[in-house]
Write a protein that binds this ligand. Structure first.
Ligand SMILES: [Zn+2]
Length: 54
């Protein structure tokens, strides 16, 4: 499954069985969280140190 890195704009290759919420590290060094939108996988920057206290 292919997606795109929101930080560097380059392609990111994901496993076909990737799960929502899975965290990957892209080639550019950024940490991204996988979000499934229908049949597509989106990537969003993982926010560290925020929104964990719910
Ligand atoms: Zn990247």
């Amino acid at each position: 499954m292919k997606s795109r890195c929101p930080i560097c704009g380059r392609e990111a290759l994901l496993p076909d069985d990737v799960m929502p919420g899975e965290v990957i590290e892209h080639d550019c060094g950024v940490t991204l969280e996988v979000v499934i939108d229908g049949s597509r996988a989106l990537l969003k920057p993982l926010e560290i140190g925020e929104d964990w206290g719910e």
